[in-house]
Design a protein around this ligand. Structure first.
Ligand code: TXA
Ligand code: MG
Length: 321
């Protein structure tokens, strides 16, 4: 059994050795990645994977991303097509997830992939995650370490409180550099398809593999996790706002932040830098949510580069429940 507050582990060799032992024993450990914190468990252990779904209150039809130390370890479980190999060569380690056919001999829990014939695989860049994956010597299933539907975690403290009594450890690797989940790309009869915008922009991916398709509107199976409402604060969120009421707080972007914004308003990036805005998004949404304002109003964000992934998250965060 784990104690109430999960032990916070250091991101050095000692902390990683403890985390690796816990994971090998089927326990759950939150781990830093360059995108968001992940709720990690041994991907080959059905009970550990079941515990992840349980801890997150995650619907069991929503499959998990499996993390590997390097490309070859990933390719041992899935069959890459040529374009997947090109993308992996360019962006791994990094914030890109590839959805590929599972090899029949893969021993990854079937529950992790929610019974689909494909697996979502990724090689993360964060040095702590990499060292842990090399030490533990098994693939790690790790969804974002938030309760289903709520704001994703970009600091260790975002994980500690909601998972008290549930997690066996949290490695504190500091703030996540990218701050948005990985981009998820699948292959529809070989055609690269964008399943979730994320930390690598569509433009960067299209430079390597040409135009990305989008899944048909009714293809729920293509990326079952793309729920309409997700990443949501408790406070109502309004998008693309050009005005605000004094009872609201503003989530601003760029130099055009209204000078008379209510106290407590925040700016994702004063210089209009989309990378900085992505890194700040989830932590600022949490801060604004804690203000007890009547509403949060988000200013428009350009729909290019990482702005697409930011707008995707804001749209889901503001969807009616
Ligand atoms: O950056 C990230 O990707 C983070 C860190 C921890 O690595 N993880 C993450 O996991 O965001 P999660 O579980 O919150 O999101 C996984 C996404 C969901 O949209 C899910 O539906 C999709 O990946 N996915 C997983 N397996 C899939 C599959 N076989 N086919 C299609 N989509 C899949
Ligand atoms: Mg998530």
């Amino acid at each position: 059994m784990c104690s109430d507050t999960p032990p916070v582990l250091s991101p050095d060799g000692d902390g990683i050795a403890v985390a690796a032992r816990l994971l090998q024993a089927g326990k759950l450990v939150a781990i830093p990645t360059e995108t968001v914190y992940g709720l990690g468990g041994d991907a080959c252990d059905d009970l550990a994977v079941a515990a992840i779904f349980d801890a997150k209150d995650r619907p069991s039809f929503n499959p998990l991303i499996i993390h590997f130390a390097d490309q070859d370890s990933a390719w041992a479980h899935v069959v890459p097509c040529i374009l997947a190999e090109k993308l992996a060569a360019t962006f791994w380690p990094g914030p890109l997830t590839l959805v590929l056919p599972r090899r029949p001999e893969s021993n990854i829990s079937l529950l992790a992939s929610a019974g689909l014939s494909t697996l979502a695989v990724r090689v993360p860049l964060h040095p702590t995650a990499r060292l842990l994956l090399m030490t533990v010597n098994t693939p790690i299933a790790a969804p974002s370490a938030n309760r289903s539907g709520t704001i994703s975690p970009t600091l260790a403290k975002h994980v500690v409180e909601p998972f008290s009594g549930i997690l066996d450890g949290v490695i504190d690797g500091g703030p996540c550099q990218i701050g948005l989940e990985s981009t998820v790309v699948g292959f529809d009869y070989g055609r690269p398809t964008l399943l979730r915008p994320g930390g690598i922009s569509v433009e960067e991916i299209e430079d390597i593999v040409g135009p990305l398709s989008v899944p048909a509107a009714n293809s729920a199976v293509a990326s079952p996790g793309m729920l309409k409402r997700h990443y949501a604060p408790n406070t109502p969120l309004r998008l693309n706002a050009i005005d605000f009421r004094p009872e609201e707080v503003v989530l601003g972007f760029g130099a055009q932040m209204p000078v008379d914004s209510p106290d407590g308003s925040l700016n994702l990036s004063e210089t209009g830098d989309l990378r900085e805005a992505a890194a700040n998004l989830f932590a600022m949404l949490r801060e604004l949510d804690a203000r007890d304002a009547e509403g949060i109003v988000a200013m428009p964000i350009p729909d290019i580069d990482l702005g697409r992934a930011i707008n995707d998250r804001l749209k889901r965060a503001s969807a009616p429940s």
